[in-house]
Ligand binder design. Sequence first.
Ligand SMILES: *Cc1c(COP(=O)(O)O)cnc(C)c1O
Length: 513
Amino acid sequence: MNREGRPTGAGETQAPRSRTFTGNKALQIEEPLIFERADYGHGGVDLPEPEGLSTNLAGLEQESAPDLPGLSEPEIMRHYVRLSQKNFSIDGGFYPLGSCTMKHNPRLNEKMARLPGFADIHPLQPQSTVQGALELQHEISGWLCNITGMSAVTLAPRAGAHGELAGMMAIRAALEARGDARSVVLTPESSHGTNPATASLVGYKVKAIPARADGTVSVEAVREHLGPDVAGIMITNPNTCGLFERDFAAISAAVHEAGGFVYGDGANLNALMGRADVAALGVDAMHINLHKTFSTPHGGGGPGAGPVVFSKALAPFAPLPLLREKYGVFSLIENPDEAENASPFGRMAAFQGQMGVFVRALSYMLSHGGNGLARSTDDAVLNANYIRARLADVMSLPFGNQSCMHEVLFDDAFLKDTGVTTLDFAKAMIDEGFHPMTVYFPLVVHGAMLIEPTESESKETLDQFIETMRALVKAARSGETGRFTNAPVFAPRRRLDETRAARQPVLVYEGKI
Ligand SMILES: *Cc1c(COP(=O)(O)O)cnc(C)c1O
């Protein structure tokens, strides 16, 4: 059954236009591509005829009007505003996407990032003219080292995965420097997918380590795989099941004893910040996603920043440039000798850092203060556990009802024999006004549903979400299968082909133009 009368998305059959003529639904307005809605016969602005200019263009006159869409200013504005409304956002509603930390981004940060002294500088300006920007970077570096207890930091990486690349290249450089190139990197199965991907990109063979029954990895399981060929381990903590790796310190000690390094995935520092001593866990390198924990609007590929903190052992292999302060003057040191830096791989990116994200992150740090950051960790963890505790009786927890960190993982056992899949359940949430949680990730549990509420949601929002989830579970269990398999019916598009845009990208518009 199709309850609306709108044009449908890719891979769907056209719905009968029984209810509306326009495809609009209530005040949700359909918006075609700009090429499709434009009038090509006229321009969007009326300019007066030029006066006193030579009309002799010596054969340069245009033979036909440019093939550009002609729209008036209000039409253009509505076009882009409507497109923006197609995109669900954290400013629009609850967005519990596990592992992504979709939390409120304070407007104060935006205001700071737009200060002309930060926003209008150019990466090729002489360093003497951007001392404030460098000082800000120096200050963030101090905060990151303090929060983690680590010795050094690079602000160069543009994202979490890029940080992993920097960290693993540093580990490879350190091993090669001691003439001990190794070939294997261990990753627990519950590590983030970028971990094995990074290790393999850097040229290592990846060995996956299975978790024990409680969802964490044991030091015994790691020991079994350790040997002279192991360059190190990459561990996500909390892991992608939202659980704290409680053997972490023991695992680090074992890996160090075997001559390897420990890469900690700290993308989700919002579960640890102010509460866990990363250095004491034995980490040698760890990236921190400023765009998650330290609040920058993110998603859809950017913007982001993934600074990496280093242990003393790995600090000499950090990428260039190095940010130094001497006699109150800040400088980016590019020359490895001057930097006393052994890194053979140089830079991670053409220019230093992602300035807009740094400004937002420092604004967030300063407005919270050290205690405030610890408090936001506590609240993030509390909120996830509140959801876990209130849904544990109707949904299913793959590793028992143990407390979680900043996110809670359910599997699809509670949907058994209902004919409803995790995907159907997620789509039905859209009809109820909630962005779905992360689904089918991590891969280690069947039909995963990973919920990360973050610290910025109120109890009222969480209660509303919980009641909706409980009602949906009840509906699924009582045979209302169609409500799920047909969902979403109220969204601008129904079920899009999940992979076609990536597999068959259409990069050229072949309509009117
Ligand atoms: C988000 C995330 C990453 C990747 O970060 P990007 O900025 O998207 O590259 C890596 N590990 C974990 C645990 C994450 O949550």
